[in-house]
Ligand binder design. Structure first.
Ligand code: MRU
Length: 363
């Protein structure tokens, strides 16, 4: 993504440190943070300085490299994997990235692990960029197809932030939009604000604006109304964990959008890299762990005051309890298709295995 004339990934090396964009400060401040230890990486993931399924996976991989600089022993490796794994529960990319790192590093002598960890983390980052760009190419064909059918600009509704900021570059759900826009296909994005943390209003809007893509921020509850009035051609969202059967966990509120899309005959696509598929699960509603976050995210909002200072203010009646499940699961029957780096599949076990045949039992 280009920000003020410079291309940025969301994570890169800066000398001995790992540099990330502090997403808790966006859209009002563009602040780069340097992570210099395992514990700083843990904290960055936990407090959502970095967030989005693919990016937390890559940050954990770099966090492991930072940990091995201090302690490359077997015990150090095991402890770092454990601590990094415990930062956020829903996005499976985190466990996937750490498992990949451990497979590479555990067989090596401890003295060789630190250097190898930097290389392995960098390879994961590059892989993520390639996967997201390929998702963009496949998904852009859907948008171009919708334009060819209607002759109008294509209205895409998205939820949360599954863009550049949620990955290393490009994004998942937003990558097709960037590719279509760059190819001259007229596209407009309805951006769900995505309470309670407002990843749509704060982050997706920031990215789309930076890329010059026409978009409109809407209240989370506006989508159904817009669909009833033919103002949404397709929904495109990301995923934090998708079961082998095509059930999709994503930011809280995604399920309600899928229900509204189903009721209105609007195609509902989910964009995800293969690293987001949890091949061990078959029933997303029952089996995917859903993160419960602080109630203050619901009772308070953070924004820019007229005086230019960023402030957090209460919006709920003081003293009322609040609950904050951060993700929900959209059953596969409501998903039109899964847009992956290998192409678009139906949200079924056979559909996914068609794209990832190496996952067939016994292979
Ligand atoms: O809590 P967050 O901001 O980490 O949640 C992010 C999402 O739900 C994204 O939609 C998902 O990670 C897909 S990212 C490409």
């Amino acid at each position: 993504m280009r920000i003020e004339g410079r291309h940025y990934r969301t994570i890169w090396l800066d000398g001995e440190a790992v540099a990330v964009i502090d997403q808790t400060r966006l859209p009002f401040r563009f602040v780069v943070r340097r992570l210099t230890s395992r514990d700083e990486a843990v904290e960055a993931i936990r407090t959502m300085v970095v967030r989005g399924a693919p990016l937390i996976g890559v940050t954990a991989a770099y966090g492991l490299a930072l940990a091995l600089r201090e302690d490359p022993s077997d015990a150090g490796l095991a402890e770092a994997v454990r601590v990094l794994n415990a930062t956020r529960p829903t996005a499976v990319n985190l466990a996937w990235a750490l498992a990949r790192m451990r497979e590479t590093l555990a067989p090596l002598p401890p003295a060789a692990r630190h250097r190898a960890a930097w290389q392995a983390a960098a390879a994961l980052a590059d892989e993520d960029v390639a996967a997201c760009e390929a998702i963009g190419e496949h998904g852009a064909a859907l948008i171009a197809g919708a334009h060819a059918r209607t002759g109008r600009p294509v209205n895409v509704l998205t939820h949360c932030n599954a863009g550049w900021l949620a990955t290393v570059d490009w994004g998942t759900a937003l990558a097709p939009i960037y590719k279509a826009h760059d190819a001259g296909v007229p596209v407009h994005v309805w951006v769900d604000e995505t309470r309670p943390r407002c990843q749509g209003a704060a982050l997706s809007a920031f990215e789309l604006h930076a890329h010059g893509v026409p978009h409109t921020v809407i209240a989370d509850n506006a989508g159904g109304h817009l669909m009833q009035h033919d103002r949404v051609d397709l929904c495109l969202v990301g995923s934090d964990r998708t079961t082998a059967t095509g059930d999709v966990a994503n930011k809280i509120g995604t399920y309600l959008k899928a229900l509204a899309a189903h009721d209105n005959g609007v195609p509902f696509y989910v964009a995800l890299p293969g690293s987001t598929v949890d091949w061990s699960l078959a029933d997303g509603v029952r089996e995917i762990p859903i993160e419960e976050r602080s109630a203050t995210e619901v009772t308070h909002v953070t924004g820019l005051g007229d005086d230019g200072t960023v402030r957090t203010v209460a919006v709920a009646s003081p003293g009322s309890p609040a609950a904050n499940p951060a993700f929900d699961v959209t059953p596969a029957r409501l998903v039109t298709g899964l847009v992956t780096e290998r192409g678009i599949a139906p949200a079924t076990r056979e559909g996914l295995l068609g794209l990832f045949p190496e996952r067939r039992l016994g292979s």
